[in-house]
Write a protein that binds this ligand. Structure first.
Ligand code: HEC
Length: 221
């Protein structure tokens, strides 16, 4: 009996060690030298929606980000990602399109490992819950003002939405005539820039607000 216990103990520890090698050490040695894109590298490719933000909300944009250049884009992307983590958007949204259930029809091409080789995915934000839709191909799917309205009060654009409103992403500006206007603040601009960046690298982007003509064709086919 004692012998059996010893065999089981040794076998148990052996398998534990084996799986740690196969699933931990081995992948680590394979992947540790794969380059991780820096924020500066990512920010070289400024998405058109970032320029649109600077024109749509010129006053707040120039106050918080200056010109819509690479440095401003890097700042906005990083801040947007940090807010996405801090506000726990990842509790309800995944950032991984899985090769099951026709997900690619709904969200775009299945996610590839290389898409996560950048600093904005450290820590990775794959997410496990889908209270809301996957966001890894959100880029360009909606316009900036759609995002602004949606973040301010989701039910204004999606009446059945259970997403919370994020009014603290906004501030009120009064113009010279005394008219008040609610506009995204530093955080709001950052989150919108980040959402519009997600999936902008995709080679086969789904039809979006910014490329509908190219993807769908003139006749909307
Ligand atoms: C309690 C769960 C929950 C949380 C937390 C949440 N969302 Fe959502 N989100 C949803 C649901 C449900 C929808 C689908 C209905 C809708 O569009 O409002 C959605 C939709 C969206 C969409 C629209 C996607 C599309 O193109 O159809 C975006 C963008 C989005 N959320 C971003 C965010 C961001 C950014 C945060 C954090 C600041 C966040 N969400 C937090 C539940 C959530």
């Amino acid at each position: 009996m004692e012998r059996l216990q010893t065999i089981l103990l040794v076998a148990g520890l052996g398998f534990f060690l084996f799986s740690a090698l196969i699933m931990g050490v081995w992948p680590y040695t394979l992947l540790k030298d794969v380059p991780v894109a820096s924020l500066e590298e990512l920010a070289k490719d400024i998405h058109p929606s970032f320029n649109d933000l600077s024109q749509r909300y010129p006053e707040v944009f120039s106050e918080y980000y200056g010109q819509p250049n690479e440095a401003a884009y890097a700042k906005a992307l990083e801040r947007g990602r940090d807010i996405y983590i801090a506000e726990a958007c990842w509790h309800c949204h995944s950032q991984q399109i899985r090769p099951v259930s026709n997900e690619s029809l709904r969200f775009g091409p299945v996610s590839r490992a290389g898409e996560y080789q950048n600093v904005l995915q450290l820590p990775q934000l794959l997410g496990t819950r889908r209270v809301g839709p996957d966001l890894s191909r959100e880029s360009g799917k909606r316009s900036n003002d759609w995002h602004a309205a949606h973040l301010y009060e989701p039910t204004w654009v999606v009446p059945v939405s259970v997403m919370p409103s994020y009014k603290w992403f906004f501030e009120t500006r009064v113009n010279d005539e005394g008219d008040a206007r609610i506009v995204p603040n530093e955080d709001g601009l950052a989150v919108i820039a980040y959402l519009q960046w997600l999936g902008s690298w995709s080679e086969i982007p789904p039809a979006t607000f910014y490329n509908a003509g190219q993807v769908i064709g003139e006749g909307g086919k």
